[in-house]
Design a protein around this ligand. Sequence first.
Ligand SMILES: Cc1cc2nc3c(=O)[nH]c(=O)nc-3n(C[C@H](O)[C@H](O)[C@H](O)COP(=O)(O)OP(=O)(O)OC[C@H]3O[C@@H](n4cnc5c(N)ncnc54)[C@H](O)[C@@H]3O)c2cc1C
Length: 360
Amino acid sequence: MVYDYCIFGGGLAGLSLADKLIAKDCSVILIDPKGIAGGASGAPLGLVNPATGRFANKSWRAEACYEAILATLEHIQSHSNASFFKKNGVIRPAMDEKIAQRMKENYDATHWGKDWCTWLSKKKINERFPGLACVEGGVWLPIGLSVKMSAFLECYFDQLKQLNLDYCFESIYSYTFTSSHWDIILETKESIKAKEIIITTGIKSKSFDGWDSLPLIPVKGQLAVFKSKHGFPYSSSVSALGYYSAMNDKHFVAGSTYEHKFQTPDTDEYGTEYLTKRLKKVLPDFAETATLKSQWAGIRASTPDRMPILGRHPEIENISVFAGLGSKGMLYSSYLADLFCDFLVEKTVLPVEVSITRFS
Ligand SMILES: Cc1cc2nc3c(=O)[nH]c(=O)nc-3n(C[C@H](O)[C@H](O)[C@H](O)COP(=O)(O)OP(=O)(O)OC[C@H]3O[C@@H](n4cnc5c(N)ncnc54)[C@H](O)[C@@H]3O)c2cc1C
């Protein structure tokens, strides 16, 4: 059999794209030697938070991206016994006066959809989130989501298998284009044939032949899971000097580091110290009750303009890339997969902000 598409990589990008292609009746096989969510998408918990950066700017095409991921999460959850996401809102308190001022200016200048984002005074934040450090107020996003990312992707994968997604958890040995299709040879010597290859291997996307000039920047991130006898103090997530959110009634996640220089891809002491110190700044009293249980590390693929990269290889035919999701993979994945699927199947044009052509 010759598949329409062979996707390299089983993270958020790969699974979202497989989903959209299958919905268009394409035959798809996915290859990942690490199984599902073996890269940055394996984070124990992440947020969907369209107020981004230090000053809570509204992210790119926030409404469309948010609606797309919410619809995907709801759909997958409705077909699964596992519970992997909550619409529990995100509070973003300003941590110093300068940030508070810029956040408020941004908030006033931005058109946020109805019930998307509200400015809360310091008094209101103190009342609603007792114990949370705050200077001069901050923004409250009731639409914010917290997602157990690896659990979500496992359920997503189970459902895609039922829709005839084929997969292979082996390493790729080589791939060559014959007159009409790619011959992909695995380490096991098994061979797979596909008309098109799509590379969705996160930071590893640069390692494939002809893709070494992709402008992907590795940014390591570490998360810590803490335990506290009384659980996380709020039902909502907190985004300040990182993010904090309940995993269950006793455990919560604290993240994340942004390491541009690192010696090892694994968790380390630096991560423990950084995350513990920040937790103490954001939730000073509560931090005293928390004990570190585990730590997790992944490498994000960022880009010079912090926007994803999608499109065909400029010279090699029938091979494309969908990478560079940076720190917003959850928010962007479903919407971009939709756009990319239309680009591949219907030959539509990709928005210039995310198209690979902006780097050529
Ligand atoms: C600490 C941390 C916290 C984060 N928090 C958030 C958050 O709160 N909200 C949010 O939206 N995003 C968050 N992110 C970012 C998000 O995780 C990424 O944007 C997203 O996971 C990227 O998905 P991807 O599919 O592009 O890449 P990846 O998830 O890295 O997937 C790449 C896949 O390719 C596979 N692969 C590698 N090499 C090969 C090969 N040769 N052949 C085949 N397959 C291969 C890997 O095994 C992996 O499964 C966080 C990231 C980190 C590290």
